[in-house]
Every structure is written in structure tokens, then in C-alpha cells.
Design a protein around this ligand. Structure first.
Ligand code: NAD
Length: 293
């Protein structure tokens, strides 16, 4: 296939390289001056999008996605697949899909889980929203860039699945870190705590696969001085999107809201910026019930 790829950052670059390695002809565009293995660079987004079978975007946020979509939609022929893999607000995803469908394109919102490691290894999970026809057009590419793609429903359903998943992740990571800090103060050995919880009803991905305590459980960013991994500021972005969506549909999400506030405090007023989202554990270690010691 002829593929256009717009947004070649930490995630987009390895995803585009994997498509090129699989034999597809990939033309890329990024506002930053980047060189990507196997990818021919175009001089504008419209040029990267014109004459392709599928165009993929991997951009920072909904505002940028909307601007890029306005530029590329007129350049794409009817029947072209338009796959947005960025994490954006549900409203932007739906607005872009509507414009694209009106132009005869096949739009899919397909945010990913798996991070930079998953992008490089071709093991991402895609959560997709769009028509059956649009999903079918994108599916072979999901199989190259990832190991699993779930067709979640109509446009916006992929973004909805992503923010619900990450709201669960943010809240469970916080409570897992709280529990380790409480266990410390109760004199409970961390390894024993892991042995019990990871095989009991408190288990979760945060505890079992990404344990925030150094030297306990599988290798995780905690074993690498909390270098990301999944950065706390990206978790904050996703939690904000979850609360924006919850407000828009009048859903009561008290724990999601508390998680968003705590990550905002951690990233904006404490030392969380640039650290992994599991660095909540050293944060709680330093604190007393009243706040900072
Ligand atoms: P990034 O900032 O590294 O990459 C974004 C790229 O888009 C940059 O290279 C930037 O120059 C480019 N860009 C910005 N405006 C542009 C424009 N108008 N036209 C063309 N290019 C433009 O971010 P990333 O980590 O690659 O993340 C991309 C998306 O994936 C985000 O929506 C993020 O939330 C999501 N995501 C990231 C991760 C992760 O672990 N990094 C995991 C899952 C999802």
C-alpha cells in the first residue's frame, strides 16, 4: 500500500518504520525536521496525504489533529483510509470523522496502548472506532504495527475505550502506591505484600506487571530510577481527557477526578514532570497523613 504518515515523534517514527520494513511505501511529514528509516519525507501534510491508500496521523492533541485534518482531507481521494492513532478528546475524534466521511473517506480513530516500546516492537494494542468498511481497510496495518486491534464501535469509540482504560490505570496505580507506603509504615515487608496482593483480590496490572516498588515483581521503571516508561505527564493528559468527556456526558467519576487532581499536583507542583507515572510511590513515601513531612 501507499501510506502517508503525519506526526513522526516518539510513537509515530517507529510505527512508520515498521510499516516500511513490512514492504509498504511510506511518505511522511512532521513539522520538526526528522529523518526516519525507510520513510520518504514530504514537504507538507497535504503532499504526504495525496495519492495514498491510507493516511495515518500520530499527533499531540485534538486541536492539532483538527488543523491537520482540515489540510489533508481535501488532498485525499474518496475511498482513502484516514486512521488517527493520536490520543485526543472524543469530540475532536467525532468532528474529524464526520468531515472525513462527508468527503467520502474511511475514517477510524485508533488510539494505542503499549507506549514507545510497543511502537518499536510492533506490539501495540489498537482500540478503533469507525465503520466496518473503514476498520477493514486499516486492519492489515494494525497487524503490522501491533498485536491486537479491537473494533470498539462507531467514530469516537476508540478514544472512549482508551480514556476509560487509562482512568482505571491511573486510579489503580495511585492506590497501589498508597498501599505500599501504608504497608511500609505498618512494618509489612514489600516482597511479602507483593506475594500476597499479586495472587489475591487486590491484584492489577499496576501491581503484577508494572510494580511501582523497586526490586519487587517484574522489571519496571521503578528498577530504572522511575525513568519513563509511561510518563506522569502523559497520564495526566489522559486523565484530563477522561474528565473532559465525563463532564460532556454528565457522568459521575469521583475517583477519576481525584486521580487527575493528584497527577496534576505531582506534575505541575512537585517533581513528577519527566518521571514515570509509578513514581507516585516515592511521593507517598515522603509524606505524612497531613501532607509533606
Ligand atoms: P511526540 O510529541 O513525540 O510526537 C508528536 C509529533 O507530532 C512530533 O514529532 C511533532 O513535531 C509532530 N507534530 C506536531 N504538530 C504537527 C503538525 N501540525 N503537522 C505534523 N506534525 C506535527 O508524541 P508521541 O509520544 O509520539 O505521542 C503521539 C500521540 O500518541 C499523543 O497523542 C500521545 O498521547 C499518544 N500516545 C503516546 C504514548 C507514549 O508512550 N508516548 C502512548 C500511547 C499514546
Amino acid at each position: 500500500m501507499k501510506i502517508g504518515f503525519i506526526g513522526l515523534g516518539n510513537m509515530g517514527a517507529p510505527m512508520a518504520t515498521n510499516l516500511a520494513k513490512a514492504g509498504h511505501e511510506v511518505t511522511g511529514f512532521d513539522t520538526a525536521d526528522v529523518t526516519i528509516e525507510g520513510v520518504t519525507m514530504a514537504s507538507s501534510a497535504a503532499e504526504a496525504a495525496s495519492g495514498r491508500d491510507v493516511v495515518i496521523t500520530m499527533l499531540p492533541n485534538g486541536k492539532i489533529l483538527r488543523a491537520v485534518a482540515d489540510e489533508i482531507i481535501p488532498a485525499m481521494a474518496p475511498g482513502t483510509g484516514f486512521v488517527d492513532c493520536s490520543t485526543v478528546d472524543v469530540e475532536s475524534a467525532r468532528a474529524v470523522a464526520e468531515k472525513a466521511a462527508a468527503a467520502g473517506l474511511l475514517p477510524v480513530d485508533a488510539p494505542v496502548s503499549g507506549g514507545v516500546g510497543g511502537a518499536a516492537g510492533g506490539t501495540l494494542t489498537f482500540m478503533a472506532g469507525g465503520s466496518a468498511e473503514a476498520f477493514a481497510k486499516a486492519e492489515p496495518l494494525f497487524g503490522i504495527m501491533g498485536q491486537k486491534a479491537v473494533h470498539c464501535g462507531d467514530p469516537g469509540a476508540g478514544q472512549a475505550a482508551k480514556i476509560c482504560n487509562n482512568m482505571i490505570l491511573g486510579a489503580t496505580m495511585i492506590v497501589t502506591c498508597e498501599a505500599f507506603a501504608l504497608a511500609d509504615k505498618l512494618g509489612l515487608d514489600r516482597q511479602k505484600m507483593f506475594d500476597v496482593v499479586s495472587t489475591s483480590s487486590g491484584y492489577s496490572w499496576s501491581m503484577n506487571a508494572y510494580c511501582p516498588a523497586p526490586g519487587i515483581g517484574p522489571q519496571s521503571p521503578a528498577d530504572n530510577d522511575y525513568k519513563p516508561g509511561f510518563a506522569a505527564d502523559l497520564m495526566l493528559k489522559d486523565l484530563r481527557l477522561s474528565q473532559q468527556a465525563a463532564e460532556a456526558v454528565d457522568a459521575d467519576t469521583p475517583l477519576g477526578q481525584a486521580a487527575m487532581r493528584l497527577y496534576a499536583q505531582f506534575v505541575e507542583n512537585e517533581d513528577g514532570l519527566g518521571r514515570d507515572f509509578s513514581a507516585m510511590l516515592p511521593r507517598f513515601e515522603k509524606r505524612s497523613r497531613e501532607g509533606d513531612k
